[in-house]
Every structure is written in structure tokens, then in C-alpha cells.
Design a protein around this ligand. Structure first.
Ligand SMILES: NC(=O)c1ccc[n+]([C@@H]2O[C@H](COP(=O)([O-])OP(=O)(O)OC[C@H]3O[C@@H](n4cnc5c(N)ncnc54)[C@H](OP(=O)(O)O)[C@@H]3O)[C@@H](O)[C@H]2O)c1
Length: 260
């Protein structure tokens, strides 16, 4: 396997930094990339113990772990520097960390709505944008690299009870595509993966609860997506996807929402 458009680490080793890797889709991405031979810097905040255990379990180690809240600008800078320094740089950044918070505009007053909006945009758009900026410039100076950002079907379909989530993911898409254009001449590629419902710990009470049947009926494949399916697409984008795919948004939603 090769990572075209990416600089190698010491000895040609490929290195990836994955945010929110303690559970869910981030954990599955870490597992897929380690199985493909990448050296990993895992990031976690509240699930640091789980990420620490994963770091030891994964093949191809030693892998590294950095912790911190990415919505605090100074902490984000520290997390980035620790991640970059762990193995002398990284070739792939996967922005997976995000939050989903219900904030129905029909129900919340302005203060509550504004607070939810700010929290969501800080985690889902500001943090990945700053990490992309920091990483892309270092990658470009090192010869190249890849950015893979985890978005959502909600960016296209709308989220009536979480409009900031939809807006943050639409912004993430536009930011990624802008970076794809800006950094292509410097050999840094940028991709988006946009899942629909994915059966993770976070959403298990919903997709396995009383709404589960209605959600499955909305999925032509008859089930929700697995975290491993999303991870397989991220692995492809992080490693084998051709340079001409830069700027692509790849849907992983079981044909539940189709764009033309
Ligand atoms: N599951 C779905 O149905 C679905 C559908 C479409 C898109 N997605 C996207 O897929 C990605 C992963 O989702 P998931 O279901 O696996 O959710 P998850 O288990 O909650 O994972 C997201 C991780 O983000 C980290 N995070 C959140 N806020 C953070 C902050 N301020 N600073 C640092 N880390 C922070 C959390 O780390 P700690 O737990 O360590 O604090 C969390 O584990 C997200 O981008 C999500 O929007 C998911």
C-alpha cells in the first residue's frame, strides 16, 4: 500500500493523527489504519483510558496518545504540537471528533440556542479548521500529506432539531474543499467522508431503541452503517485514493440520501 501525495516518516513509515479515537468511529478508524501499517497518534478527551488501552492493543506500535479539549485554542495548539512531535510529524490528519447536541429552534429561547450553536461550531468546525491549517502547512513543508474530515449526511439533508450540527458539517465540507484547492499545488490532499446513521456507542440508544425501526426503514440497505464501514472509506482516502479525488465528499449512508 502506498500513500501517494504524502511525505514519509522516518524510515518511510506512514503516520496518522486521529481525533476522538477513544470510541465509536474514531476507534474503528484507528483500528483500520493500524491494520494497514500506519503509525498512529490517537487523541481523546473524556475517553482517554479507552484510547490508552487501544494504543497498546493495536498492531504496528508503539503508537502515541495525546489528550485535550479541542475547543480551547491554547489546548488545541498544545495537542497539535504533541501529536506532531510524537513521531516527527504525521502524513495523515483525521478530524473525527465532534459533538451532536439537540437544540430545537422551535423550543429553545435565544440564549440557549446561541449557547448550543457556539458549542457545536467550536467543536465541529473551528477545531478541525485550525487543525487542518496547522497540519496542512507542516505537511506541505515536509513534502505532502492528507486531510480526512468526518462530516455527516445532515450537512445536505438538514437537522431540524440540531441546525448547528448541520451547519457545522456543511461548513466542514466547504472548508475541506477550500483546503483541497489551496494546498493541492503543495501536495496536500483533502477529503470528506459523510456518513448517515452509524451504529456507535453514542447513538446506540437511538438506533437500537424505539426509533430504530423507523431509522432502518429509511435506509434502503435495511440497516444502519457500521463504524467499520466508515473506517474502510477513511482508510482508502487516507492511503490509496488518487490525487485527482482531492476535494471529494464521499457519502456512506446506505443510499438513504442521494445527491446528484
Ligand atoms: N454515529 C453517527 O450516526 C454519525 C453519523 C454521521 C456523522 N458522524 C460523525 O462521526 C464522527 C464520530 O461520531 P461517533 O458517533 O463515533 O461519536 P463519538 O463516539 O461521540 O466520538 C466523537 C469523539 O469526539 C470527541 N470530542 C467531542 N468533543 C470534543 C472536544 N471538545 N475536544 C476533544 N474531543 C472531543 C470525543 O472524545 P472523548 O469521548 O474522548 O471526549 C468523542 O469520543 C463525528 O464527527 C460525527 O459527527 C456520526
Amino acid at each position: 500500500m502506498t500513500i501517494s501525495g504524502a511525505a514519509g516518516g522516518s524510515g518511510g513509515e506512514r503516520r496518522a493523527f486521529i481525533t476522538g479515537a477513544g470510541r465509536g468511529i474514531g476507534r474503528a478508524i484507528a483500528t483500520a489504519l493500524a491494520a494497514s501499517g500506519l503509525r498512529l497518534v490517537l487523541h481523546a478527551r473524556e475517553h482517554a483510558a479507552e484510547a490508552s488501552a487501544l494504543r497498546v492493543e493495536l498492531p504496528g506500535g508503539p503508537h502515541a496518545l495525546v489528550t485535550g479539549d479541542l475547543t480551547h485554542a491554547e489546548e488545541l495548539r498544545r495537542v497539535f504540537e504533541e501529536a506532531w512531535g510524537a513521531f516527527g510529524g504525521f502524513d495523515v490528519l483525521v478530524n473525527n471528533a465532534a459533538i451532536y447536541e439537540e437544540h430545537s429552534p422551535l423550543e429553545l429561547d435565544a440564549d440557549a440556542f446561541q449557547a448550543a450553536w457556539a458549542r457545536t461550531l467550536a467543536a465541529n468546525l473551528d477545531a478541525p479548521a485550525l487543525l487542518c491549517h496547522l497540519a496542512a502547512r507542516r505537511m506541505a513543508d515536509a513534502g505532502g500529506g492528507r486531510l480526512v474530515n468526518v462530516s455527516s449526511r445532515g450537512a445536505f439533508r438538514g437537522e431540524p432539531t440540531a441546525p448547528a450540527y448541520a451547519a457545522s458539517k456543511a461548513g466542514l465540507n466547504a472548508m475541506t474543499q477550500s483546503f483541497a484547492k489551496a494546498f493541492a499545488p503543495r501536495n496536500v490532499l483533502a477529503f470528506v467522508v459523510a456518513p448517515g446513521w452509524v451504529d456507535t456507542e453514542r447513538v446506540a440508544p437511538i438506533v437500537r431503541g424505539e426509533r430504530g425501526e423507523a431509522i432502518r426503514q429509511d435506509m434502503p440497505i435495511g440497516r444502519v452503517t457500521t463504524a467499520d464501514e466508515v473506517a474502510a472509506v477513511v482508510r482508502f482516502l487516507a492511503t490509496d485514493a488518487p490525487a485527482s479525488m482531492t476535494g471529494a465528499i464521499v457519502d456512506v449512508n446506505g443510499a438513504s440520501y442521494l445527491r446528484t
